[in-house]
Design a protein around this ligand. Structure first.
Ligand SMILES: C[S@@+](CC[C@H](N)C(=O)[O-])C[C@H]1O[C@@H](n2cnc3c(N)ncnc32)[C@H](O)[C@@H]1O
Length: 309
């Protein structure tokens, strides 16, 4: 290569770099239209509505976007896009790379076939991501066995995965009071409980869970449950916790799901009702002298609270 060619190459490289620098500077200096004219709240509303536990009025209209995992606007802010992707991952343990998550499952998950089938069927539903992660299910089964639990509470059944996990871990005479408001989702649950031959252990109550829990307290079931799992609508989490605390026996365990809420709880910019409710409950649990606690960063965050004797 002669001297001229080398100089020409160097020159081209510098011109290229300066060109790129100019372009990036112009892009950075340009006003960002979405910050000015797009309603951030609208998009956050869309985002939360597509991830809700109950049916929201806008759910059906927005479901097609949720199914695609795409926001309804191509200029959707990138930082919120990544939050959606994270939110979509809430039924896997947060913060792990795909490679590490797959490894974790490959060396630890022992999911019975019936649970795998239920997970596959639920994954086809638009709201399928509400189901707990399989590694969380296995962890809960281990806890229930460790405590030799016999009587448990399930608040938020959906298609029945967590209930089935616990039912399989309970002894033959074990009992679960399971609360949900949806006939549609729990019809799937019932089908799998029957197939797994654990339906006799499960007393499914279709009613707002607060009513069912209050009914149990009135009927004299306080201090009688070994374990309670809270995974229904987040706005009532505090009410579920207070009732569960009354219903579990001293030394009994309450497991509260989604306490990390895809990281939203740690983002001061997120101020929607459900995030605030989870934040407030996390804070309350931290100071609550009636329990011992541990926040386990499995799946979407699972707080374990043991009732003091
Ligand atoms: C996150 S899902 C539960 C997931 C389930 N634990 C699993 O393993 O698949 C929440 C469930 O709570 C139910 N739910 C919402 N509001 C409720 C309420 N007020 N009372 C009882 N259940 C409610 C929904 O119908 C939904 O099935």
């Amino acid at each position: 290569m002669d001297c001229y060619t080398i100089l020409k190459k160097e020159w081209d490289r510098w011109v290229g770099n300066i060109h790129n620098l100019l372009v990036y500077t112009i892009i950075l200096l340009l006003p960002r239209p979405y910050e000015k004219c797009m309603c951030r709240k609208h998009y956050l509303n869309w985002y939360y509505n597509t991830n809700t536990e109950g049916d929201s009025p806008s759910k059906i209209r927005l479901e097609k976007f949720a199914q695609r995992g795409e926001p309804p606007h191509r200029n959707f802010p990138q930082n919120l896009k990544s939050k959606i992707q994270n939110r979509d991952m809430a039924n896997k343990t947060l913060g792990l790379s795909t490679q590490l998550y797959d490894y974790l499952l490959s060396v630890s998950l022992r999911e019975p076939e019936i649970l795998t089938k239920l997970r596959q069927e639920t994954a086809q539903l638009p709201m399928g991501k509400m189901q707990i992660a399989p590694e969380q299910g296995q962890f809960m089964a281990l806890l229930v066995q460790l405590m030799a639990a016999k009587k448990t509470l399930e608040i938020g059944v959906f298609t029945g995965y967590s209930t089935l996990v616990v039912a399989l871990a309970l002894p033959k005479d074990g009992k679960i009071v399971a609360c949900d408001v949806s006939e549609e989702y729990t019809a799937i649950a019932r089908r799998y409980w029957q197939q797994a031959d654990v339906d006799h252990k499960i007393d499914l109550q279709i009613a707002p869970a607060l009513e069912t829990l209050d009914g149990l307290i009135t009927a004299g079931s306080s201090d009688s449950f070994d374990f309670a799992f809270i995974d229904a609508d987040k706005s009532n989490y505090d009410g579920y916790y207070e009732r569960a605390l009354q219903l579990v026996r001293p030394g009994g365990l309450i497991a509260i799901d989604n306490v990390l809420w895809s990281g939203q709880v740690a983002d001061p910019q997120v101020k929607d009702n459900r995030t605030e409710k989870i934040r407030a409950l996390n804070q309350k649990l931290h100071n609550d002298q009636r329990i011992n606690l541990s926040l386990v960063p499995i799946a979407d965050g699972l707080t374990l609270a043991v009732k003091h004797p």
